[in-house]
Write a protein that binds this ligand. Structure first.
Ligand code: 0L1
Ligand code: MG
Length: 262
């Protein structure tokens, strides 16, 4: 690690304050160009610690930048991983307050719910499918704390991979009954389809993102507990939203989930 604990805590406080006050900031590598991956995840961990100290509870994880469309959109080549807390959750059909966010965008995702622990290293797609209770449609609301969504990978990891809100809903489906590579998704904004894709857009198979997450956590001595909700990554590019927008995600054989921006 290149940064002192004091610097990590101060960066965590800064990004946490930006999220709570809906203020943007230049990316943190501008002032800390030497920070390494361990520093980036240490800042993310410190933000998580601050949220837990305020009473939030971990409900799961997310993989980000897992589709070629998204990697192209962001100009990067590697997925990143973050965590989800209960305060990010929006009820199906519920409202998301834009004033609490900086510049929200939505992503259509397949969410996995686990029934047994998943632990890397060596985790693979088959192990993920065996550990999955069901999959369900999920919309992630991302909201980078960085000005104009301009960041590099270490900055975005520190910022908990832009996690802000999420909604899941529709028809839970057992994974043995579905080929997640060919499942089609349509994202609608105000009743108009704005993005389309298939599960294979996520690393060839959405379960591959969960396996990578398990291996990433395993390298840090952590695992994915049973009962976790995991967003496997945006299937299409992210779509910007504003107050007044209604967003619905329809997933083949899994129904739909939606949320309103107010
Ligand atoms: O969930 C995601 O794919 C977002 C990862 C972070 C990059 C971004 O803010 O778009
Ligand atoms: Mg996402």
């Amino acid at each position: 690690m290149k940064l002192s604990n004091e610097t990590i805590q101060s960066l965590a406080r800064h990004l946490d304050d930006c999220a709570r006050q809906a203020h943007d900031t230049p990316k943190i590598t501008d002032t800390h160009p030497d920070m390494d991956w361990d520093d980036a995840y240490a800042v993310q961990d410190a933000i998580r610690g601050r949220q837990l100290a305020r009473g939030a509870r971990i409900v799961g994880y997310k993989a980000g930048l897992t589709s070629h469309a998204k990697m192209r959109q962001m100009g990067v080549e590697t997925p990143v991983f973050g965590y989800l807390v209960d305060t990010f959750s929006v009820p199906d059909g519920g409202a998301c307050k834009v004033a609490e966010l900086i510049h929200p965008k939505v992503e259509p995702e397949i969410a996995f719910v686990t029934k047994t622990e998943l632990k890397g290293p060596g985790c693979h797609i088959a192990a993920v499918l065996a550990a999955t209770d069901f999959v369900i449609p999920g919309i992630e609301v991302i909201d980078s704390r960085y000005r104009d969504f301009r960041f590099d990978l270490k900055s975005v990891v520190a910022d908990n991979t832009s996690a802000a809100r999420f909604v899941v809903g529709g028809q839970p489906l057992a994974v043995e009954n579905v080929d997640l590579r060919t499942i089609g998704v349509v994202l609608e904004k105000n009743g108009v389809p704005v993005a389309f894709g298939a599960g294979a857009a996520v690393l060839g198979h959405p379960a591959a993102a969960i396996a990578m997450l398990a291996n990433h956590l395993g390298a840090r001595g952590e695992s994915i507990p049973a009962g976790s909700l995991i967003l496997s990554g945006g299937i299409t590019e992210a779509v910007a939203v504003a107050a007044g927008d209604n967003v619905t995600l329809r997933v083949q054989d899994m129904g739909s989930t939606s949320l309103r921006f107010i």
